[in-house]
Design a protein around this ligand. Structure first.
Ligand SMILES: Nc1nc2c(ncn2[C@@H]2O[C@H](COP(=O)(O)OP(=O)(O)O)[C@@H](O)[C@H]2O)c(=O)[nH]1
Ligand SMILES: [Mg+2]
Ligand SMILES: [Zn+2]
Length: 309
């Protein structure tokens, strides 16, 4: 038995697949190493580098995990759900139609801020003209908060070349979106042979019927520049149960300049006098919409805090 370093390139439930650094050719199904975890140990994510004891040509056990640059996670009631590790950015796909959830977008942005990972917001399906203005209106706030926003149509290759590909080249990007936003269409347009690669990986994971429910890392190259795209299952929820009030406040860029400036140190920014946050709402630098989003998050954090004890 020998020990080696692998990168986790796919996860499905508690199953993981790894590839060695020198075998990034993910068109060869035989290169994948099926990984088992020791005991009940979990918390691994696609993008992690792990030390593995090989037990056969295509199987191994994860012994330990190398230090992460970062990891992007949701935080459900009693555990963290890792989506990816060691990434350069999170790209969140929204669409003109069906309408996307601004609540989920807001939550994903909070998770990215807490993890200190850059964000890219993608508005897809801009060819659906009668819904375009409404989507643009909703999203117009976010570039003001510092989040880059690009507009594309998955079926318009020119828009991908002009807007999206330059943002992906040279980077590792976690691509996320609610189902129906066009994430698969984007992946299909960006990654040649994606169907073949997906079939191969599902056969190795022995889950052929669940081809879109696993997270996986694709190695690709745009104009000769290497890039990695991590495809993840469509999300319908975004828990942040374990975040603190302070984490949430600091994850809202328009709140940050006002934090610590309220009259009371323990100000909850709800109806206290001389509250800097409430004053910022009066002044229009924090929108009512985002403030109510914040209040909903706080209400949920309080609920979890009470439920835990
Ligand atoms: N009009 C238009 N339809 C799109 C575009 N991208 C995807 N779609 C359609 O939107 C639907 C959902 O796309 P899909 O890629 O499966 O979304 P996913 O659930 O996010 O993976 C499909 O019917 C696609 O053909 C686009 O740019 N314009
Ligand atoms: Mg899909
Ligand atoms: Zn306050």
């Amino acid at each position: 038995m020998s020990t080696t370093v692998l990168r986790i390139v796919a996860s499905y439930g508690h199953q993981f697949l790894g590839l060695p650094l020198d075998k990034r050719t993910d068109t060869d199904a035989t290169a994948y190493i099926q990984l088992v975890t020791r005991g009940k140990k979990q918390g691994y994510a696609v993008g992690d580098w792990v030390n593995v004891t090989l037990t056969s040509d295509n199987q191994g056990a994860i012994e330990s995990i190398n230090t992460r640059e970062n990891h992007f996670y949701r935080s459900e009631f009693n555990k963290q759900k890792n989506l990816a590790a060691n990434i350069d950015q999170v790209a969140i796909v929204c669409a003109t139609e069906p309408a996307f959830s601004e609540e989920l977008l807001g939550r994903a942005l909070i998770c990215a801020e807490v993890a200190e990972i850059d964000v890219l917001i993608i508005l897809n399906k801009i060819d659906v003209l009668d819904k375009l203005d409404a989507a643009r209106e909703t999203l117009s706030l976010y570039p003001k908060l510092g989040y880059p926003l690009i507009e594309v149509a998955a079926k318009n290759t020119e828009s991908l070349k002009a807007e999206l590909i330059p943002r992906l080249a040279g980077k590792t990007t976690l691509l996320m979106g609610q189902s129906g936003m066009g994430k698969s269409s984007l992946i299909n347009a960006l990654i040649p042979d994606v169907q073949l690669k997906t079939r191969e990986i599902s056969s190795v994971l022995n889950s052929g019927k669940h081809t879109t429910t696993f997270t996986r890392l694709f190695d690709c190259s745009f104009d000769g520049e290497a890039a990695q795209i991590i495809d993840s299952p469509g999300f319908e929820q975004f828990g942040m149960a374990q975040f603190s009030h302070s984490q949430v406040q600091h994850a809202m860029p328009e709140f940050v300049p006002h934090l610590g400036k309220c009259r009371f140190n323990n100000c909850a920014h709800i109806r206290e006098p001389q509250c800097a946050i409430l004053e910022a709402i009066e002044a229009g630098t924090i929108t009512e919409n985002r403030y109510h989003f914040y209040l909903r998050l706080v209400e949920q954090l309080n609920y979890y805090d009470n439920a835990r004890y």
